[in-house]
Ligand binder design. Structure first.
Ligand SMILES: *Cc1c(COP(=O)(O)O)cnc(C)c1O
Length: 363
């Protein structure tokens, strides 16, 4: 066995179906950042097979890569750069997102009939037209529709705190979105959308015509402690062979800086992946893995290519399976457990895993 990432595409399909059923509206599966580390093309294909109506990505390059891989369905991108090749996007039938009059002018300058979605900033203060410029963006969009420059296919926005259901920003943003829609009179978008995974699961009033599901499609929980149990299945497992096991005496320091010192004689195991593969260094002395069926603690610092675990006196054979995380069904930690140990969110755990690891798909 080589260290590898195993991606369960049946789990992705299951999750996509369960989520769509839960909301009862159309769904977009978000596959940016190489499908949150799971593989953009493969996840998009599985999501389409499971009935996802739309695929969403951040960059235009991601969208073009999906088209080059044969994806043909409704596809939205939203993070365009100043020198964006709008013509290439339009020719590929990609829905582009505009935040400003200047971007709409640039799209019109291609002379090609585009599919354009307008993004309004309802309070995240990230991308999107601020409410002050929204009327001008809408006006330019109406003009462009009349002169055949484009069809406005969507109007959308994005939450700041949907993983905290009681956060006051949620109501405020939903209200701002309704106002923005009211100001967009005369435009007839196919889809109005605001919700990501957490809002899709927790806030039915925000569903409108479409929910953009990223994290939940991969079977992970976007709002731990709040989310109803839909039986979502984590799609990613990361495992490696145990490279070595040996005894160390009391007083032995482990890994760089000796941030852990054995109090009693013990045995340790070497796991041959590290932060070069995206195993977060902040999991040093905190993360756990499953070795030969038992959970074991990381001792000392996670290094670039390897880390050490405490085997508590056992000496499993080299080559024994080490599972970093997976769905949890064999007793292994989950990506959420790693997020808790490393002080981050499960999004970062799965998205950062990669580097030298091969990815293997199971259908
Ligand atoms: C990443 C992203 C999503 C998906 O968010 P999840 O929390 O993973 O569901 C949806 N919309 C936009 C604009 C995003 O950037």
């Amino acid at each position: 066995m080589n260290p590898e990432i195993v991606v369960d595409l049946a789990a992705v399909r299951h999750n996509v179906r369960a989520l769509r059923e839960h909301t009862g509206v159309a769904s977009m599966t978000v596959v940016k950042a190489d499908g949150y580390g799971h593989g953009m093309v493969e996840v998009a294909r599985a999501a389409r097979e499971a009935g996802s109506d739309w695929i969403g990505v951040a960059t235009l390059d991601e969208a073009l890569a999906l088209r080059n891989a044969g994806d043909e369905g409704p596809l939205l991108c939203w993070l365009t750069l100043p020198d964006a090749d709008w013509a290439a996007a339009i020719d590929a039938g990609i829905d582009v997102t505009a935040y400003s009059v200047a971007e709409l002018d640039a799209i019109a300058a291609t002379g090609r009939p585009a599919r354009v979605q307008l993004k309004v900033d309802t309070g995240l203060s990230r991308g999107g037209a601020p409410l002050e410029t929204w009327p001008a963006v809408v006006e330019r969009a109406r003009q462009g529709e009349q002169d055949g420059s484009w069809k406005v296919t969507g109007i959308w926005s994005h939450f700041a705190a949907s993983d905290e259901p009681d956060h006051p920003a949620n109501d405020a943003q939903e209200q701002a979105f309704r106002q923005a829609l009211a100001l967009a009179e005369g435009l007839t978008p196919e889809v109005r959308h605001l919700a990501n995974s957490a809002a899709g699961l927790l806030r039915p009033s925000s569903h409108f015509d479409l929910v953009r599901f990223g994290l939940a499609s991969y079977g992970l929980d976007p709002a731990p402690g709040h989310t109803p149990d839909l039986g979502l299945v984590p799609a990613m497992t990361v495992h490696a062979p145990l490279a070595m096991a040996k005894s160390i005496p009391a007083g032995a320091g482990v890994s760089y800086g000796h941030t852990w010192v054995a109090e009693t004689p013990t045995t340790v195991g070497l796991v041959p992946i590290g932060y070069g593969e995206g195993v977060l260094r902040s999991a040093s002395n905190a993360g756990r893995v499953l070795v030969d069926g038992k959970q074991r603690a990381i001792r000392g610092r996670v290094c670039m290519d390897q880390f050490v675990v405490d085997l508590g006196g056992d000496l499993p054979d080299t080559g024994a399976e080490v599972v970093l995380f997976g769905p949890g069904t064999q007793g292994e930690p989950t990506a959420q457990d790693w997020a808790d140990a490393a002080g981050t969110i499960s999004y970062e755990i799965v998205t950062r895993i990669g580097g030298r690891l091969a990815r293997r798909y199971v259908a």
